[in-house]
Write a protein that binds this ligand. Structure first.
Ligand code: GDP
Ligand code: ZN
Length: 309
């Protein structure tokens, strides 16, 4: 809900303290103020705020600004939960061991691009023998779509480069299958992370049911990373079926051509520019299969189907 700046701007400057939600504890949030300092602010019943939200605190009440760059997941009961908002960058973390499920990276690209979030592909555990080969493979597939960075939480290689992508106060999040090294990377990027997380948890001991769901960690270079520990997966809730192709990594050039049908889903339609690129070998058929799998998934999602109309 957009509020008119004209109406409230003056009052806010006098009474309100602008800041950002850096941790969410269920019934309260921790706000870091732009002018320094942090304070816990209780949420009103039904009031929602998540890590990354820009807020103004007026009389110990939270006013939440409209957000962009929204990342969601589905919880164990199938409900949609927002992980973080106002994200500038999504780091998709993969590793030679364990390898991600087929199509994982593409899904990440599509979800992030649909939300207006930049993508960087982080190939971790580059210190392992199989690491270099994987980096080469992924460079070949994804260079045209985004940045591919070889990193190692163990040796520290490439870690500086991750911090640089967030310099100037940008907000990023790391996603990836369990075991690829997301926590290790976060710990390398935020040296005193463990100490600070336990401090945040201690401060939130206001009730038995308060749990920290996501926290924002400041990097030495000035950027922020969302600690998404405990989030298993993220979902394509905000991607329409017709958007999937336009955000699919590797389809960019083919889509400059024209399909016969304006609502072509590039699956098996006649005179399809994507299928023509598959036939000519410009797009590997394995890449197209990944796309069709994602399309199948989106078509089964009621929300995505609705958005396609
Ligand atoms: P997460 O589940 O993605 O958070 O992964 P973790 O950070 O818990 O790491 C999983 C395992 O991979 C741990 O045993 C780490 O020590 C190991 N690991 C993480 N980063 C690296 C790396 O760069 N190189 C190697 N060889 N192992 C790593
Ligand atoms: Zn087509």
């Amino acid at each position: 809900m957009a509020r008119s700046k004209k109406k409230t701007g003056g009052a806010r400057e006098e009474n309100g303290e602008p800041g950002r939600v850096v941790a969410h504890h269920g019934v309260a949030v921790l706000v870091r103020f732009d002018h320094g300092g942090e304070r816990q602010i209780w949420l009103l019943p039904e009031q929602r705020a998540v890590a990354g939200d820009r807020v103004v605190v007026v009389d110990e009440r939270l006013e939440v600004e409209p957000a962009y760059g929204i990342l969601r997941r589905r919880d164990t009961r199938g409900r949609e939960r927002t992980i973080a908002v106002n994200l500038d960058l999504l780091g998709i973390v993969v590793a030679p061991e364990p390898r991600e499920p087929p199509g994982y990276i593409d899904r990440g690209f599509v979800i992030a691009r649909a939300a207006g979030i930049d993508v960087i592909l982080l190939v971790n555990k580059i210190d392992l023998t199989a690491g270099r080969e994987l980096v080469e493979q992924l460079h070949e597939i994804y260079d045209a779509s985004g940045r591919v960075l070889a990193v190692s939480a163990t040796t520290g290689e490439g870690v500086e480069a991750i911090a640089e992508t967030l310099a100037g106060g940008k907000l990023g999040a790391l996603v990836g299958p369990s075991g690829v090294g997301k926590s290790s990377l976060l710990n390398t990027l935020v040296p005193d992370l463990n100490i600070r997380v336990s401090e945040l948890n201690r401060r939130s001991q206001k009730g038995r049911h308060t749990t920290t769901t996501a926290t924002l960690e400041e990097l030495t270079g000035g950027g922020f990373l969302v600690d998404t520990a405990g989030f298993k997966d993220f979902i394509a809730v905000d991607v329409g079926v017709l958007e999937a192709a336009s955000f699919f990594p590797g389809f960019e050039t083919a889509l400059e051509g024209r399909c016969r049908f304006r609502d072509c889903r590039h699956r098996s339609e006649p005179d399809c520019s994507v299928l023509a690129a598959v036939a000519s070998g410009e797009i590997a058929s394995r890449r197209h299969r990944n796309y069709v799998d994602l399309l199948d998934e989106l078509e089964l999602s009621p929300r995505s189907a609705r958005r396609s109309r």
